[in-house]
Design a protein around this ligand. Structure first.
Ligand code: 0O2
Length: 268
């Protein structure tokens, strides 16, 4: 008996199926390479920032390749021909990268840094921060094209980059879960609560940005203030003092210096 097996003869239908599957896998691989390129760019920026400034506008970066089921569902929703060419042309978020930032200004800063890179082409921008969606969704979406260098050709790959704050991301992941739990048919009372929560998240972002600006306005002279975790005396700008000293009013001026409790003390 020889160890060799006869090659399997596939019917023409199976041959065709095999060809499409191979083509689809090739397309997904190219999208994965596109994600790899963008992730590398973002990780370089993040590490460079941390090294230079001890602060990075990029808090966290994640990526996902859309599942074949999700791609097909979107193709059906958009009324596309079920061909790889149509899907590649019309489904823009097969490759997705998400960047979370602490502050809204950081989101725009990251946007500008990506857009300014020579090999990046920005195909589309949707600014749901400036103009949130009806349901309260906020995020800055940019659809970019990045060249991927393959063995025999250079292939431009589309990647959707979503940039948002931590608060926006917290809201969006819960809303996404709720949307899928109710299969898109979310009760009106829950939708109203989600809109309220989005407004709260938005206020939080604005407050955090203002506090951050106030702290930056203290300048770079680190001798002027002491790490609060190590207790002692800390000098704060007026708006920050009023946040920690709500009993102060115009008649009772806020003291210029605040005594912080010693470390480990339960006193507030
Ligand atoms: P998933 O599960 O994240 O993949 P387009 O085809 O570009 O014309 P599309 O796809 O609606 O239209 O574009 P858009 O507005 O840029 O949205 C793309 C992605 O943004 C969505 O992908 C979500 O990830 C996110 N997104 C958009 N709107 C919302 C929203 O209201 N809530 C949440 N939580 N996320 C949103 P998918 O395929 O919908 O989902």
């Amino acid at each position: 008996m020889s160890g060799h097996q006869d090659p399997v003869q596939l019917s023409p239908e199976l041959e065709e199926l095999n060809r499409v599957r191979h083509q689809f896998e090739g397309m997904m691989l190219e999208y994965k390479f596109g994600i790899d390129e963008i992730m590398t760019k973002l990780n370089i920026l993040r590490e460079e920032f941390s090294h230079r400034n001890d602060y990075s506008p990029i808090e966290h970066v994640s990526s996902r390749l859309k599942s074949p089921e999700s791609i097909l569902a979107k193709a059906v929703r958009k009324g596309l021909e079920p061909t790889i060419e149509q899907i590649a042309a019309e489904v823009h978020d097969i490759a997705g990268v998400r960047v979370t930032c602490s502050f809204i200004s950081d989101a725009y800063r990251v946007f500008e840094m990506i857009a300014a890179q020579d090999d990046i082409t920005v195909l589309q921008v949707r600014d749901y921060i400036a103009a949130p969606k009806e349901n309260g969704y906020q995020s800055l979406h940019m659809l970019v094209e990045v060249p991927v260098f393959l063995s025999e050709r250079v292939h431009p790959v589309k990647v959707e980059v979503q940039i948002r704050t931590i608060a926006m991301d917290f809201w969006a992941s819960l809303e996404h879960k709720i949307y899928y739990k109710y299969d898109g048919d979310v009760p009106e009372s829950l939708l109203a609560e989600l809109r309220d929560a989005a407004a709260t998240a938005s206020r939080l972002d604005v407050t955090m940005e203002r506090l951050h600006d106030d702290v930056k306005a203290l300048g770079t002279n680190t001798d002027r203030y002491i790490d609060p975790r190590r207790a002692g005396t800390i000098e704060l700008p007026d708006s920050l003092l009023r946040t920690f000293w709500p009993q102060a009013d115009a008649a009772d001026p806020v003291p210029a210096l605040v005594e912080l409790p010693p470390p480990g003390s339960s006193e507030v």
